[in-house]
Design a protein around this ligand. Structure first.
Ligand SMILES: [Mn+2]
Length: 470
């Protein structure tokens, strides 16, 4: 059963549709992550098609409070609900918020404001904003009102970019109906598969060595991967190139699946064994209009590419690609992702060579001296496999804007989340306890805290996890 949009929510989208129709000068502010950039791409494509003059800007959450409203209509996408944007509204302003993060205001808040203010948030209608719809999904629902079903594939990308498929390995709720629009229009193909990152472009021997939820003999060890593939009778090459997951036959995949389940079950504590199959299976989403064996063909790989742009302060490149540029922007994307990969490899080597990971009883952490705060999260995730997968890992890095702020990132094995721990919630509580703010997903979250409170933060975090971890 695919869910139908609640009638009241549908009505709100009709109102939003009217707001768009009657405006001639529009400004869009969208979040500068994969979901936010996808949101911006959907809105910008929609406004192009409606022949509406518009400008689009990608911003981080802390920038919202300083904005000045001076366009006829201002749209906030994938942000706004958690910020006091009502404070920047004026009697002549018209504001539309399309967000899926926990709202500060109630559904009827708009009646209290002098200007026009419409906020649409799934949580007003009992719909989960973490797993059932993303910011891009909200923007697609508006585009759908105008009949633009062919933007649905970007709604799928934004959900994957926002990790909304991580609870079950599939898209759920409204995300599923967006996927259905995309498959019905021949834009996306999806089916169950092994969930190994890099389906289209990453050679299997590398993809398998990056498996990091649990440290296995093959983790960070290509020689072991080659032995494993040999044992399973899976060729690692074809037509003079290395094979990727998408090259495997279903027979080969079945063998690989059983072997991974066996390896994992040997390694994890008893209580996790029931979650093991979930670690190695998940649906893939393939964009049928993209060339095969390119990073744009697979939703997870596409979202990495979008993130590479945003983390290198170049979200416009991703926007151009999402809006259809496959020439100039592609060269720039190629350059950015290469640079991004080199940077990550260099920093991971630094962490390893200097043995920067410090173990505490219930967590482990490192101080990423000189690591850009935009990528400390990515790096934290990648060094998890060099530490102890049973504990979460926290990475710190300085934010270079003069204020003495630390960016904090946490990553952990999905097994901890399957077992019921939500680190995003824990992060939010502890960050605010030490004078910062934060939150996020169950297995990937972050915060900003005052540098001087790093020790306090670690102490509280470590003691909070006592009895929860292990
Ligand atoms: Mn989002």
């Amino acid at each position: 059963m695919t869910p139908i949009l609640p009638e009241k929510m549908n009505k709100s989208f009709s109102k939003a549709q009217e707001m768009l129709k009657s405006a001639e000068d529009i400004k869009v502010y969208s979040h500068n992550d994969c979901d936010g950039i996808s949101s911006g791409a959907i809105l910008s494509s929609l406004l192009d098609r409606l022949d509406k003059e518009h400008e689009i800007e990608f911003i981080s959450l802390d920038k919202l409070k300083d904005l000045k409203i001076n366009n006829e209509l201002t749209i906030f996408s994938d942000l706004g609900s958690g910020q006091s944007i009502d404070k920047i509204s004026t009697s002549s302003s018209r504001i539309l918020v399309l967000d899926h993060h926990p709202p500060l205001r109630s559904l009827n808040y708009n009646s209290k404001l002098s200007g026009r203010f419409l906020e649409i948030n799934p949580l007003f209608y009992g719909i989960d904003g973490s797993y059932e719809i993303s910011g891009g999904g909200m923007c697609y629902l508006l585009a759908k009102k105008f009949g633009f079903y062919n933007l649905s594939w970007i709604g799928v990308l934004s959900a994957v970019g926002d990790m909304q498929n991580t609870r079950t390995g599939k898209l759920e709720g409204i995300n599923k109906s967006i996927l259905q629009d995309a498959t019905n229009h021949g834009l996306v193909d999806s089916a169950a598969d092994l969930s190994i990152y890099g389906r289209q472009t990453r050679p299997l021997i590398i993809a398998l060595s990056y498996f990091s939820d649990v440290t296995l003999p093959i983790t960070n060890n290509k020689t072991e991967v080659i032995l494993l593939l040999k044992k399973l009778g899976i060729d690692r090459r074809c037509d003079n190139r290395l094979r990727t997951l998408s090259d495997l036959t279903s027979d080969e995949k079945t063998r690989l699946f059983s072997e991974l389940v066996k390896l994992l079950s040997r390694e994890v504590p008893e209580k996790y064994i029931k979650y093991v199959p979930k670690l190695v299976t998940g649906d893939y989403y393939e964009f049928l209009n993209e060339e095969e064996k390119t990073p744009l063909r697979d939703a997870s790989e596409f979202s990495t590419a979008v993130n590479a742009c945003s983390r290198n302060k170049n979200p416009e490149v991703a926007l151009d690609i999402l809006k259809g540029d496959r020439v100039l922007a592609m060269d720039e994307l190629e350059r950015l992702t290469r640079k991004h990969r080199q940077y990550l490899a260099e920093k991971i080597r630094m962490i390893e060579d200097n043995e920067l990971i410090v173990p505490l009883n219930n967590l482990q952490y490192f101080h990423g001296h000189g690591i850009k705060s935009e990528v400390v999260g990515t790096i934290t995730g990648m060094v998890l496999s060099h530490g102890d997968w049973r504990k979460p890992i926290i990475g710190f890095s300085h934010v270079d804007n003069g204020e003495d702020l630390l960016k904090v990132s946490l990553r952990c094995s999905r097994l901890l989340a399957y077992d019921g721990i939500h680190f995003g919630h824990i992060m939010r509580k502890i960050a605010s306890k030490v004078g910062g703010s934060g939150g996020g997903h169950a297995v990937a979250c972050g915060a900003y805290i005052p540098s001087k409170n790093q020790d306090e933060f670690l102490k509280v975090f470590n003691s909070t996890l006592k009895g929860i971890i292990n």
